[in-house]
Design a protein. Structure first.
Length: 681
């Protein structure tokens, strides 16, 4: 250690020597205060101290996000949140909302009522006046008063008071009624004891927003206030919310009633069922549930469904909407993804390995409400939850119930898993096509190396033969017309896309070569005008293996490029299985039945009949292949088509015969065994 110190000391000495030898730049002398007129203009008199609620009126955006329509309606949210906190705490059973034609909005509850006794710190003011006129005051800093609440910073109702032209508070407490009025954050009357009341308790707040802040034309929209009040009732089944609106405000609005009462014991499940009315759900039941307080840390309620549309999540914390999501939504995504992957592992579905939370949520409609002690939000408007504890609460609350829900209905669980896997495969396909399009945008299209392309550039009149194996490809390349016929050999049996994951499809080189040769995208990105050939012809051996390869190719085109089939571009070649010769006469037979027919009708003379069976296209001479299968003047093609009236039957048949459920194929064999015997198969 001493040696190290010596080294550092020597280095420091050398640096000091260098600095002493180097010329030092001259620094300008600091200007004298007496010589600067700008500084003399800035003095202690320019320092403002904003007191009371003046900061809110100067910078309302810091407290409610701005002065637009959304911020205006946020005032209502701050007031009704206080009433909802009373209801969730078990002290209120109803809330009344009344919108008047003169712009006043009233929120009334039957809770405990704001305290009206003198505040111990401000003895000349009541607790009510302190709450209404002082930032960061309230009863929600200590969890003894509210175990969970939407108000955290003690600024909500005081901000409403600061930004209101007129505000009146009535408190019914201890069988007495008290009233105090305010304007723009300042009291306009003292707290007055109005008299005795025997059938009333709680807090009534009536206010009108300040036009100096929000503009003279700004006013509450009945439909928006109605929807906000209704959503609050869904979040807590123990409260009834009564809605009243002056009829003159509803002219031209047929969807908003003048009076209504909201009470939803089913909570978020009722909310989601109402929102998804008319939608075809992937599962017949909505996954929903709720938990009680977990060891005093929090609780959660949820409702989740999947449907063929754009997904969304509406989340809340302590009944406060969080449109920008947050940690509680992260817990929901994690729990759902983990549950589906666990079910896939249980059932042996390996295709689920590629799914992500994005795939689970892309067509998921979810409602989520959490109750957390002392939550942390991003900003005073509480649009995003930041409490890490909320993630753990939601994961723990949803995890086991989701596992049980999946296990209770295996058929629906499998349908949901297949649905999510399709979303994952679609995502991977879009990513692959995006990468291909990005590559082709900066360089010319590189065709697969084994493709023998035709010389003409126009698609009209051109053909591509998809053949099995290099041997057949060699014969086909010699037999083709180079001007209009292209040949692409494939190696053996291709991937069965009906039971393979999207990730496997993306990694399959043969299918990548095929898609590149055709020049079109797949599924929603298929572009018929970009198809490089007029006819796409599947040419395989005339045996069982050849039929299987043809079936795999047709399945690929049906799943990935159905529009190409509907447009009449897909064909099957019909190569011969037999060569029949007698003397100088030679004919070719497609199958056994055709062979018997030719023997009976065409070979009736004398002479030895020679019958040769082709082992495959690769065994045929190029001249034979051209004469029987590739020459447009002599060949026969079968066009593949999707019958419009049997779309569902076609889809179900492909899934049954080519999908990943062997029990479906076994059932098909059993159902059609008699038919196979009749054909002597």
């Amino acid at each position: 250690m001493d040696d190290t110190k010596d080294l550092f000391g020597q280095a420091a000495t050398r640096i000091e020597d260098i600095e002493e030898r180097a010329p030092r730049p001259r620094r300008p002398a600091p200007a004298s205060p007496t010589n600067s007129s700008a500084e003399s203009d800035y003095s202690a008199a320019d320092i403002e101290v904003l007191e009371g609620l003046e900061p809110v009126r100067r910078r309302p955006g810091m407290y409610i996000g701005g002065t637009d329509e959304k911020a205006l309606h946020h005032l209502f949210a701050e007031v009704i949140d206080n009433s909802m906190d009373e209801a969730v705490a078990g002290h209120a059973t109803f809330i009344e909302v009344y919108l008047e034609k003169d712009g006043y909005l009233t929120v009334n509850d039957n809770g405990r009522g704001i305290p009206v006794d003198p505040h111990p710190k401000f003895k000349d003011k009541s607790a009510l006046e302190v709450i209404m006129t002082t930032l960061h005051s309230g009863g929600k800093f200590d969890s003894k008063v509210y175990e969970t609440s939407g108000g955290l910073h003690g600024v909500g109702v005081s901000v409403v008071n600061a930004l209101s032209e007129s505000l009146e508070v009535e408190v019914a407490r201890g069988k007495r009624l008290y009233r105090q009025t305010f304007s723009r954050g300042k009291p306009t009357s003292a707290l007055v004891a109005v008299g005795e009341v025997h059938n009333r308790r709680g807090t009534r707040t009536r206010f009108r927003p300040d036009p100096d802040i929000f503009g003279k034309s700004a006013h509450f929209k009945p439909s928006r206030i109605f929807a906000m009040a209704r959503s609050k009732a869904y979040l807590f089944g123990g409260v009834k919310i009564r809605w009243n609106c002056d009829a003159e405000l509803l002219e031209g609005d047929a969807n908003t009633p003048a009076e209504a009462e909201f009470h939803f014991p089913g909570g978020l499940k009722d909310y989601l069922a109402d929102a998804l009315t008319g939608e075809n759900l992937v599962t017949s039941q909505i996954f929903s549930g709720r938990t009680d307080k977990q060891s005093g840390h929090g609780a959660a309620e949820w409702a989740v469904a999947w449907f063929p549309g754009d997904g969304y999540v509406r989340s809340y914390c302590n009944t406060v909407p969080t449109p920008d999501g947050g940690t509680h939504e992260q817990g929901l995504r994690t729990a759902l993804l983990r549950g589906l992957k666990a079910y896939a592992e249980l059932t042996g579905n390996k295709r689920a390995a590629a799914i992500t939370a994005e795939d689970v949520m892309t067509s998921c409609a979810a409602m989520l409400s959490v109750f957390v002690r002392e939550p942390e939000f991003v900003g005073q408007t509480k649009d995003r939850l930041a409490s890490g504890e909320a993630t753990r609460i939601v994961e723990k609350a949803i995890g086991d119930p989701f596992d049980h829900w999946l296990a209770a209905s295996p058929q629906e669980a499998t349908r949901l898993l297949d649905w999510v896997i399709e979303r994952a495969e679609e995502r991977l396909r879009r990513r692959q096509e995006k990468e291909v399009s990005r590559k082709t945008a900066v360089r010319k299209l590189r065709l697969p190396g084994k493709l023998a392309d035709c010389s003409q550039s126009a698609a009209q009149g051109s053909e591509i033969f998809i053949v099995e194996g290099d041997s057949a490809g060699g014969s086909a390349k010699q037999a083709r017309s180079r001007a209009s016929q292209a040949v692409l050999p494939l190696r053996g049996k291709i991937l069965n896309v009906a039971n393979a994951g999207r990730e496997k499809l993306a990694q399959n080189q043969q299918l990548a070569d095929l898609m590149q040769a055709l020049g079109v995208g797949t599924r929603n990105n298929y572009r018929n005008d970009d198809l490089r050939y007029d006819k796409v012809i599947i040419m395989t051996d005339a045996d069982v293996d050849g039929a299987h390869i043809a079936s795999l190719l047709i399945t690929f085109f049906y799943r990935e490029m159905p529009e190409m089939i509907r447009s009449g571009h897909l064909f099957l070649a019909v190569p011969p299985l037999y060569r029949i010769s007698q003397g100088g006469k030679t004919l070719y037979a497609r199958d056994d039945a055709h062979k018997d027919e030719l023997l009976q009708k065409e070979f009736t003379g004398k002479g030895k009949i020679e019958i040769g069976r082709f082992k495959g296209l690769g065994e045929m001479l190029p001249s034979q292949l051209k004469e029987t299968t590739m020459d447009p003047a002599k060949r026969m093609l079968l066009r593949v088509d999707i019958i419009d009236g049997e779309i569902e039957l076609t889809r179900d048949t492909v899934e049954q015969l080519m999908g990943n459920k062997p029990e479906e194929r076994f059932r098909f064999i059993q159902d059609n065994a008699a038919f196979a015997e009749e054909l002597d198969i």
